[in-house]
Design a protein around this ligand. Structure first.
Ligand code: BDP
Length: 328
């Protein structure tokens, strides 16, 4: 027979156990992260990797909940939701932050980078790190820049070789000044529509064309309705990985360090996935019969030059662009 004392003891242990479990549950933190891309896209996979690492390192005390496919709104919306602390991590293209954070503009200007290695060198080095720090001025922390490859033109009508071929084409652009001005300068009729509506826009001929990287062209299935890819390589703005500053500051300094370290480590993880995805996407698209052609890039460079010069009139943008161009 169990003594009263033993019983009380068990009860106490059970109560303590329950209390501990309750305390642990209460101290569990869930970081929400959003992206417009689907669950298997490299940006989403990299953030998932980051969450799993943090969950493992903290024995489950901090974990991530990911909302892919634009479930929580457009990128401009999600940046603001992160600023106000409604959600935590927003992975967005640079256009979504170009106006509020002018220091990011040099990275989005057309024909700033020679190739992927040039971009990676710049964003990993002091220029990229200084730009990331500017997010703090407006309620955000810049965790990392991810690759986005070069963007090119694709359309449902004809191959494009020179800016003259763009005349009269309604080209979807993301709703960001730099993108609208860039495509207007190329001679197109720039039409801003949300990312999630591009496929239907092309299918119903609301628009004739759009521009993006191979990975997005393929994963959105836009290549099924836009059969001409013209390799303009006009922009290779990286993706921004941002976290709400209010939320970030609510963590202990050790946790903050961990979040920053895992964000940094997620960059090479993302790049590995990205290189594979870009190559596989390009192959899928070409195998599906999309006609790809090279363009007269010098003619495109000349077309956007006046637009670039307007941005370069700002001394700090001009200085950053000069340093980027000089970067080895
Ligand atoms: C993709 C970016 C995504 C943008 C999209 C767009 O990864 O963040 O929303 O382009 O064009 O390359 O809207």
């Amino acid at each position: 027979m169990i003594s009263r004392r033993a019983l009380l003891g068990t009860g106490a242990v059970a109560a303590t156990g329950a209390g501990l479990a309750f305390a642990q549950a209460a101290s569990r933190q869930v970081i929400t992260a959003v992206d417009v891309h689907p669950s298997d896209y490299p940006t989403v996979e990299a953030v998932r990797w980051m969450g799993q690492e943090i969950e493992r390192e903290t024995d489950g005390r901090i974990s991530f909940r990911i909302y892919p496919s634009g479930q929580l709104g457009t990128e401009t919306d999600t940046v603001n939701l992160a600023r106000f602390g409604v959600l935590d991590i927003a992975r967005v293209y640079l256009g979504a932050v170009n106006n509020a954070f002018p220091a990011t503009q040099p990275l989005a200007l057309p024909y700033t980078f020679r190739d992927d290695a040039h971009l990676r060198g710049v964003i990993d080095g002091p220029i990229g790190q200084a730009i990331l720090r500017t997010f703090e001025q407006r309620d955000l922390i810049g965790l990392a820049f991810y690759d986005s490859g070069f963007r090119s033109m694709y359309n449902a009508r004809r191959p494009i070789h020179t800016p003259a071929d763009m005349r009269g084409l309604k080209v979807r652009v993301p709703r960001a000044d730099i993108f609208m001005q860039m495509l207007d300068a190329m001679g197109a009729n720039a039409t801003p529509i949300p990312f999630g509506e591009v496929f239907t826009g092309l299918q119903t001929h609301l628009i004739d064309a759009a521009e993006n990287n191979w990975a997005t062209f393929q994963s959105t299935r836009q290549y099924e309705v836009a059969r001409y890819w013209s390799q303009t390589d006009h922009c290779c703005a990286p993706e921004a990985l941002l976290i709400s500053k209010a939320r970030f500051d609510s963590f202990s300094s050790a946790d903050r360090e961990l979040i920053l370290a895992k964000a940094r480590e997620s960059v090479p993880v993302m790049r590995g996935l990205w290189d594979q995805k870009q190559a596989a996407a390009r192959q899928t698209v070409l195998d599906a019969g999309v006609a790809a052609n090279d363009v007269d890039k010098d003619a495109f460079r000349r077309a956007v030059e006046p637009m670039r010069r307007r941005y370069l009139a700002d001394v700090s943008i001009a200085e950053t662009v000069r340093r980027i161009e000089e970067h080895g």
